[in-house]
Ligand binder design. Structure first.
Ligand code: 5GP
Length: 178
């Protein structure tokens, strides 16, 4: 499909299923080599990364485990400040080789927070596997150890990424038509 309508907006096909498969396999190949004998713990970031994480883990041929974290935002009790709470991080990270699995890094603010929080649990190592990055929007300096691809600074949906909760089910990635 060249165009899709998600909610009230039109998106054009941007990354095909074949490209996605190729990118996932490249990352999996590197993880299979780098984590042989290390029993890594993959840590997917919900909601978006569930599709990428599911694809990636099925291509890993080494013993590994997976867990998920999520930023839950809610309105605080005082005024209308938004509070972001990270749920799902726990002691299981201690001493483990953690591979954070994320779908997209934009400004990098979310991931920067997460990486700092993960560090508090004293893992043996932390690396980041990310399907795509928007370099023009990136404001932080953390390294993306396993990067699928760089994309322009545009809004994308599909392959787990949503527009207002919709579009995560699309098997390919679509870019907002301007
Ligand atoms: P950051 O903190 O890096 O600016 O934003 C990270 C989060 O914003 C991602 O995990 C994702 O949920 C969301 N996000 C950033 N860019 C896009 C995009 O192009 N499409 C969608 N659907 N979500 C995005």
């Amino acid at each position: 499909m060249e165009f899709v309508e998600v909610k009230d907006k039109v998106f054009r096909r941007f990354i095909s299923r074949e490209q996605i498969d190729q990118v996932v396999q490249q990352i999996a190949d590197r993880l299979n080599a780098d984590y042989a004998g290390k029993n890594p713990l993959l840590l997917g970031v919900l909601n978006g990364a569930f599709v990428f994480a599911a694809d990636l883990i099925r291509r890993l041929m080494i013993p590994c485990q997976i867990s998920f974290v999520k930023y839950a935002s809610y309105v605080g009790t005082h005024s209308s400040e938004e509070v972001k709470e990270l749920i799902g991080l726990n002691e299981e990270l201690r001493g483990r080789h953690v591979v954070v699995v994320e779908d997209i890094v934009d400004s990098g603010i979310t991931m920067d927070h997460l990486l700092k929080d993960i560090g508090k649990y004293r893992p043996a190592s932390v690396k980041l596997a990310c399907f795509c990055l928007k370099p023009e929007a990136f404001l932080k300096s953390f390294k993306i150890d396993y990067l699928g691809m760089e994309i322009p600074n545009a809004f994308v949906v599909g392959y787990g990424l949503d527009y207002d909760g919709y579009g995560r089910n699309l098997p390919e990635i679509y870019k907002l038509e301007n």
